[in-house]
Design a protein around this ligand. Structure first.
Ligand code: SF4
Length: 370
């Protein structure tokens, strides 16, 4: 079924094998200085690797041709062995690729689910399959654990649209108006707001504050979608998700014209016109739940591309139409980088303690709301 070992040529992973690569390797993290660096495992595609990972290929075979598996399987095997050795837990957001989501992750879900579940685990180390603000949220909820992001450049257009200084300026402009921050924000921003929210509880959080005006940041589209459901006046920041804002209502209507029976499910980071022509709008967790419980025959998930692949591995009887907007930040996280993260314990998330206390308070305020 799979290509033979001899036909699979593999470049060596970056940064370990040669003296030249060692010379330009980044400095060791504090965690690596304390716990040590592990040797790079053998990453050849062998009959032993094939046998050890066959059950994991079964999970992804609906979305991955056999020719691809020999490139992933040695990493999958090595990562699953090293995470035990490190007592690490790997988190994978719903937008991670299927080989990460299905084959090495211990916890999958949206960013808050991941951070909450990881904080309950007995692991010493969290490896975040996701973007930087998610790793920060995990660190806020698990301050005693080592939290690693395999590529520190994995950012987010929403989180990068606003800083803590911007929030302080908003407070000066609108004195006394409470501030709600979507979890897609940096710890610096979370430290300045009253409470956080997710895309599933945003309306509830806004209405819980007992104020007729609320500052809502950073996503202007999520703000508009919440505004459509409440009498509270929302003062929105002008941020947007570069993935979801590309969808248009005209595109959705074309899909509907081609197949009037199609079910369209949109994420509320999409523009309101897209949400309006959809059958349902909800967070990634709510979208998955909708597909699993309603079992539509043909569904269009109006969100990041990998999510349809991941839901397809967990469901039968539903055909997924993939408009396929990729998040370039999520795609920075790969199996080779996760492996290197476990070997070198990098990149370690460090949040200044006083700032962490204030940022944790706004996340905890949301959790306490239930
Ligand atoms: S999909 Fe959008 S909100 Fe999510 S990480 Fe990418 S840019 Fe940020």
């Amino acid at each position: 079924m799979f290509p033979s070992p001899a036909s699979v040529a593999r470049p060596q992973p970056a940064g370990v094998q040669s003296a030249a690569s060692l010379a330009c390797a980044p400095p060791l993290s504090d965690a690596a200085r304390r716990l040590g660096v592990l040797p790079m495992p053998n990453l050849a595609w062998t009959p032993e690797v094939e046998a050890a990972t066959a059950h994991l290929y079964e999970k992804v075979k609906a979305v991955m041709p056999p020719v691809e598996w020999p490139f992933h399987a040695p990493y999958v095997k090595a990562i699953n062995e090293l995470k035990k050795e490190r007592n690490a837990v790997i988190l994978a957001h719903n937008y991670q690729t299927p080989e990460i989501y299905n084959c090495v992750a211990d916890v999958v879900g949206d960013s808050l689910q991941l951070a909450k579940l990881a904080s309950q685990s007995k692991a010493d180390i969290i490896v975040q399959g996701g973007v930087h603000f998610m790793a920060e949220t995990s660190k806020l909820l698990s301050p005693e654990k080592i939290v690693l992001i395999p590529d520190a450049r994995a950012g987010c257009s929403l989180a990068e649209s606003i800083t803590g200084a911007d929030v302080r300026a908003l407070r000066a402009k609108y004195p006394g108006v409470p501030v709600v921050a979507y979890v897609n924000t940096s710890a610096d921003v979370k430290a300045e707001v009253d409470i956080c929210c997710t895309s599933s509880n945003a309306l509830k959080v806004v209405e819980s504050l007992g104020s007729d005006r609320v500052i809502f940041l950073p996503d202007k589209y999520l703000a508009k979608n919440v505004q459509a459901q409440t009498k509270v006046q929302i003062i929105a920041w002008e941020g947007a998700c570069e993935v979801h804002e590309r969808f248009t209502a005209a595109e959705m209507l074309r899909y509907r014209a081609d197949d009037p029976s199609i079910t369209i499910i949109a994420h509320p980071e999409c523009p309101p016109e897209v949400v309006e022509v959809s059958d349902f709008a909800g967070s990634t967790a709510a979208m998955i739940d909708y597909v699993k419980t309603k079992k539509p025959k043909r569904v269009l998930l109006v969100t990041e591309c990998s999510m349809a692949d991941n839901v397809a591995t967990e469901t039968t009887g539903t055909e997924f139409v993939r408009p396929c907007n990729l998040c370039p930040h999520m795609k920075r996280i790969t199996l080779p980088k996760i492996l290197e993260s476990l070997i070198y314990l990098r990149e370690e998330i460090v949040i200044e303690p006083a700032l962490a206390v204030r940022a944790r308070r706004s996340v905890q305020a949301m959790i306490d709301l239930g």
